[in-house]
Design a protein around this ligand. Structure first.
Ligand SMILES: [Zn+2]
Ligand SMILES: [Zn+2]
Length: 382
């Protein structure tokens, strides 16, 4: 054995076997059973229902509720998340959130981000769970707030019993109920687990490698509509890394984000509360700042590759746009400062609130207009 192989952290055999055996069963036994016996409609229906139930418990519960505290949820919702999240077999909330908070704190730092994209697609997808890497050791100091939640503490304590029990008993019970024991077990048990695993893992691998970076390029996270479709809305990962305290990942109405729709509709019946949203102006500010960065870089590239072409008028236009941008931001700062002073010092009149809102809307409209102008300018640069 060479030195590098000997230095590698030891394999976590439980994880290796769990991932390998479930994958092998999904690739061999599931199709074999389908071709020889066929699957009932109930088996397919339970596959889809449990896939979504597990997925939403991870995204809505593990991720947006517990890891990022982007909203508050009634105990009944946390109870459901706790059981369905354990069934997704991605470790306890405590371990998951401890690692995820490190992922955000040290994104792309190969020594401290547990699933750093810098270590390659295989590592960030699944490799990080197959060996005892120092970067993967959960730091429970990160999750002191969650340890106070009795449901989280209970799940952590009985995680293995819950995870194994739910993965075996629920599919078998459903199969027995429909008179299709093995069919339901194979689709809603085995295939559901493997698909649920790899769809979620795509967030750590593909969503840090493929897609756009509309809000920041200071981290590898990307927005990707296709991934959002597979991952219950989590594919708008560039937005998420930039505004991790927002309960939404897809902010536009047409962006596929069922986790957001779930959290929002639960708030209508009082089961979720205090949903955190990033102010629209802050989102536009990030988007425009990114646009300027990108355009300045392409202007510099163009200047280097075509030194004989006069780009002065484009440079001047961009500089003027940047001045307008800075002036709009200064207006925004003055407006919010004055607003916070007023809310702190006296009772705010309704007309004052209305005028603050309308001024904010006007600033937002200016930023949106500028975004469109910059797109046109960008087309000239291309
Ligand atoms: Zn996150
Ligand atoms: Zn990420």
């Amino acid at each position: 054995m060479d030195a590098t192989a000997a230095d590698r952290p030891r394999l976590l055999w439980v994880n290796v076997l769990m991932f390998a055996l479930t994958l092998a069963a999904a690739l061999v036994i599931v199709p074999w059973y389908g071709f020889t016996r066929g699957y009932s409609a109930a088996a397919w229906a339970w596959f889809a229902i449990l896939l979504y139930a597990n997925g939403l418990a991870i995204t809505g519960g593990y991720h947006r509720l517990w890891s990022h505290r982007t909203y508050d949820a009634h105990w009944s919702i946390r109870l459901v998340y706790m059981f369905l999240g354990a069934m997704a077999l991605q470790n306890s909330v405590l371990v998951w959130a401890a690692g995820h908070r490190d992922h955000h704190k040290h994104t792309d730092d190969n020594d401290r981000d547990p699933y750093s994209a810098g270590r390659g697609l295989w590592f960030s997808h699944i490799g990080w769970m197959l060996r005892r890497y120092p970067s993967g050791e959960p730091n429970f100091d990160n999750v002191r707030d969650l340890q106070k939640d009795p449901l989280v503490a209970f799940q952590h304590r009985y995680y293995y019993a819950l995870a194994i029990g739910l993965n075996v008993l629920v599919p078998l019970a459903l199969g027995w109920l429909h008179g299709d024991l093995w069919g339901v077990f194979l689709l809603a048990g085995v295939l559901r687990l493997v698909v649920s695993h790899h769809f979620t893992f795509l967030i750590n691998s593909a969503a840090h490698a493929f897609g756009h970076q509309p809000y920041s390029d200071e981290h590898s996270a990307r927005d990707n509509g296709w991934l959002a479709f597979l991952t219950y809305g989590e594919g708008y990962h560039n937005f998420h890394h930039q505004f991790a305290h927002d309960y939404r990942n897809g902010i536009r109405w047409w962006q596929w984000d069922p986790s957001k729709w779930l959290i929002c509709s639960l708030s209508w019946v009082g089961l979720t509360r205090r949903l955190k949203r990033t102010p629209a102006v802050a989102i536009q500010r990030a988007r425009l700042a990114m646009q300027f960065r990108r355009m300045e870089a392409s202007l510099a590239r163009k200047r280097a590759s075509l030194p004989h072409v006069d780009l002065e008028h484009l440079r001047a236009l961009l500089a003027r746009e940047y001045e307008v941008f800075t002036a709009t931001l200064a207006k925004w700062t003055r407006l919010t400062d004055a607003w916070y002073q007023r809310t702190r010092s006296e009772l705010v009149q309704r007309w004052e609130e209305a005028s603050f809102r309308s001024e904010t809307r006007a600033l937002l409209a200016e930023l949106r207009l500028q975004h469109r102008r910059l797109k046109l300018l960008d087309a000239q640069l291309a």
